[in-house]
Ligand binder design. Structure first.
Ligand SMILES: *[C@@H]1O[C@H](CO)[C@@H](O)[C@H](O)[C@H]1NC(C)=O
Ligand SMILES: *[C@@H]1O[C@H](CO)[C@@H](O)[C@H](O)[C@H]1NC(C)=O
Length: 715
């Protein structure tokens, strides 16, 4: 692995010695002395290694980077009348950050996504903008900024020509994987102040259909034949046209025609637009730029309304917080995370604002490394799933070979001690001989990585920081806040938090009494206010009111905790909670997580009502365990029959209550009755979300007869 074979013959002892010495001799001078010293006595192979180490070390005397501000006080405390007793925290980056004065742009010529793309064209001096390649083995080809702008404008003008009205009441659907056309469509829409509504596979056909209808989308830009057909599957009447990037089959065209939908080719619309040359209608910062539909645990997808100012403010604050590492026009990024999510949208938009180049992957995430090697990106967004995979792969590589493992651990600890001193580099001895392959797997040129979208384990974060030898920052955010709300700063190498607030917003923690989180203990629900906070859910003032209070604070539902040095740590999620008639709080998810430990329980849904004094449950028993038990106890019948058997029910109920008791559930937190259901809750039957969480309102509605029946019998 990692070019280590040269060194593997060296004795373990001498390397162990080397490791200790490396830690002791920290400065360059000491290192030189040490190398001379060891040069006299060690074996030839070890000598080669050490000489190599010294050469690398001397060629690249590492200079520590200073953090942008003191690491023990990463944010500023404020209090204000509107917030009552709550303490508000703001970024140190924006000294004047006060109510209503958060960062909304970095450059006065880039206050909307329309302007920021043009700024990129200017400062990159019409540099490469959108990159793609035809297949594996082929090099990347590029559209320059001016070419992209021209095509986007033609496309936008063409969309006006086929009947779309310029302005923010026109919604443009887009259903495609990441590709240059995606960005052209986005910029085309902005040329005429139209609004982008992304559709994506994991929504499912029903949700897509709901969104098209809800947003009254007339035109969708679609990648290919398959995606056209999946839209035609359940297309609402408002849909009039599909504009396709790739050729579609005649059968698809006919199918669309039968439904009164016209299919047009992208290049034809561009041509139309180029001839018509409709005058541009650029958006204002306060204009809507996108509606991002998110599929939640409850009901239909919610449309998060974001303005140009939301996105530009958010990405400007991120660029600001990168400090010396901010994006430049010579930066290159690989686009592979879904553009339907705001994290990727913001990363790319920031690249365009700074004049960087974005290359698109070929669409197969398993061959990501191939695209990385071809493009050699300098900056990348990343998600924990990807980093965990890299970590696991390295672990499985070194396990079972103790020399490899030892060298790996030495490399890691050496780089970790550099990290602690503020040294970030990929030209050390250990980079060359241990981490080179990991780095090359991502192209070998990364200087900045932004991790987000889900929590990342501390050991994996530290490993990635050491192995990649680039600045790795971790953010926390939500679609409702555009992208990040907090972001770690370069120089803070300690994992386990998500950094201080960004300069586009302020944060406070509010009490969550039912879960015993109190802001006076620096714990509570994370609340955000600032230029990045969304304008509400589209056509849904009720749902908006549930999360945005009268003072404009967006309640995220995440439970955070302030660390002494001003960084935020996410510690919990505000749970679905209800009260029973005596006033006790019930957290059903907590109870379900305990009952699920019973071997008989495959799935469980705990339910209670404020007018009742106890809770009840629906259980999907584990088929194999129940069948096995039934056989041993000579009870016969199909699984459905077993589910109706009183003895089976008693067995499961007793076991659940025993688990509850052992885990400290109070007696009112224990179910008093259960109903056994033979069919699992699934995404298909609408009882689980695509991320396999219970959809509570749906479960409650679905099992209403059984729940009512249980309550009737209990009283
Ligand atoms: C790109 O377009 C801008 C604006 O139209 C123009 O000023 C500039 O000269 C163009 N650059 C190149 C290299 O063509
Ligand atoms: C921040 O505070 C935590 C908890 O006190 C501490 O473990 C960590 O080392 C601090 N971070 C830095 C960079 O000093």
């Amino acid at each position: 692995m990692y070019g280590l074979n040269v060194l593997i013959n060296a004795t373990a002892a001498s390397f162990h010695y080397l490791k200790n010495k490396m830690e002791i001799y920290a400065s360059v001078e000491d290192m030189e002395q040490y190398l001379q010293y060891i040069g006299g006595g060690a074996g030839a192979l070890a000598l080669t290694g050490v000489a190599a180490a010294s050469a690398f070390y001397l060629a690249s005397r590492p200079t520590p980077q200073r953090p942008l501000f003191p690491l023990d006080a990463q944010c500023i405390l404020e209090s204000s009348e509107a917030s009552g007793p709550d303490v508000i925290r703001v970024s140190r980056f924006y000294k004047d950050a006060k109510e209503g004065k958060f960062v909304s742009y970095l450059h006065s010529d880039a206050t909307t996504l329309y302007e920021s793309f043009r700024r990129g064209a200017k400062i990159s001096n019409n540099g490469p903008c959108l990159g793609w390649r035809e297949s594996y083995g082929k090099p990347y080809q590029w559209l320059t900024y001016n070419e992209s702008l021209l095509r986007a404008r033609n496309l936008g003008s063409g969309m006006v020509e086929i009947g779309l009205k310029p302005g923010t009441s026109t919604m443009i659907g887009i259903y495609a994987i990441n590709c240059p056309e995606w960005i052209l469509v986005e910029q085309a829409a902005y040329c005429y102040s139209m609004v982008i509504v992304p559709l994506y596979d994991t929504l499912g056909a029903d949700a897509c259909s709901f969104i098209i209808k809800h947003a009254e989308i007339q035109v969708i830009l679609v990648e290919d034949d398959a995606k056209c057909n999946s839209i035609l599957e359940k297309s609402p009447r408002c849909l009039k046209k599909l504009i396709v990037f790739k050729e579609v089959r005649p059968a698809t065209k006919q199918r669309a025609k039968n439904m009164g939908i016209e299919i047009l080719r992208l290049q034809d619309v561009e041509l139309l637009g180029s001839k018509a040359n409709n005058p541009e209608v650029p958006p204002k910062p306060t204009d809507l730029c996108t509606i991002c539909y998110t599929s939640g645990t409850t009901g239909q997808p919610k449309g998060v309304m974001l303005t140009h100012e939301n996105v530009v403010g958010s990405m400007s604050a991120v660029v600001l917080q990168f400090g010396d590492h901010r994006l430049r026009s010579d930066d290159v990024m690989l686009s592979f995370l879904p553009l339907a999510h705001m994290m990727e949208r913001c990363c790319e938009s920031a690249m365009y604002m700074q004049g960087g180049a974005v290359g698109f992957y070929l669409g197969d995430i398993r061959r990501l490394s191939d695209d990385m090697k071809a493009l050699k990106p300098t900056v990348t967004p990343a998600v924990p799933r990807l980093l965990n995979r890299i970590y696991d792969k390295v672990q499985s590589d070194i396990n079972g070979n103790c020399v490899k493992k030892m060298l790996f651990n030495m490399a890691l600890s050496s780089k970790e001690s550099e990290l602690k001193r503020g040294i970030i580099r990929k030209n050390s001895f250990w980079d060359m001989f241990v981490f080179k392959k990991v780095q090359e797997g991502m192209g070998g040129r990364l200087r900045l990585m932004l991790v987000g979208s889900a929590p990342l384990a501390e050991n994996v974060l530290t490993f990635i920081r050491c192995a990649m030898g680039c600045v790795v920052v971790e953010g926390y955010g939500q679609t409702e806040c555009c992208a990040p709300v907090t972001l770690t700063i370069q120089g803070d190498h300690v994992p386990g938090h998500v950094g201080p607030p960004l300069a586009c917003c302020c944060l406070k923690l509010s009490d969550v009494p039912e879960m015993e989180y109190w802001s006076r203990n620096n714990q509570g629900e994370v609340c955000v206010k600032g230029t990045n906070v969304f304008k509400g859910y589209f056509k849904d003032p009720e749902k908006t009111e549930e999360v945005v209070d009268e003072f404009g604070w967006h309640h995220t539902g995440d439970i955070g905790m302030w660390m002494p040095n001003g960084t935020l740590k996410i510690i919990d999620r505000r749970k679905h909670i209800f009260k029973l008639s005596q006033g006790e709080y019930i957290v059903p998810e907590k109870i379900e997580n305990i009952y699920i430990r019973s071997q008989y329980v495959a799935q469980v849904f705990v339910h209670g009502e404020s007018l009742k004094s106890c809770i009840i449950g629906v259980v999907v028993p584990d088929v194999d365990v129940i069948k096995c038990w039934a056989q041993e106890n000579s009870i016969t019948g199909t699984f459905s029959v077993l589910c109706n058997h009183p003895e089976v029910k008693q067995l499961i109920l007793d076991d659940m209550v025993a688990w509850g008791k052992e885990s400290g559930l109070k007696s009112f937190e224990q179910v008093k009755d259960i109903y056994l259901h033979p069919d699992p809750f699934s995404v298909q039957n609408g009882l689980l979300t695509p991320t396999l969480k219970s959809k509570r309102p749906q479960l409650k509605a679905y099992f209403k007869p059984q729940l009512d029946d249980m309550y009737t019998r209990l009283t």
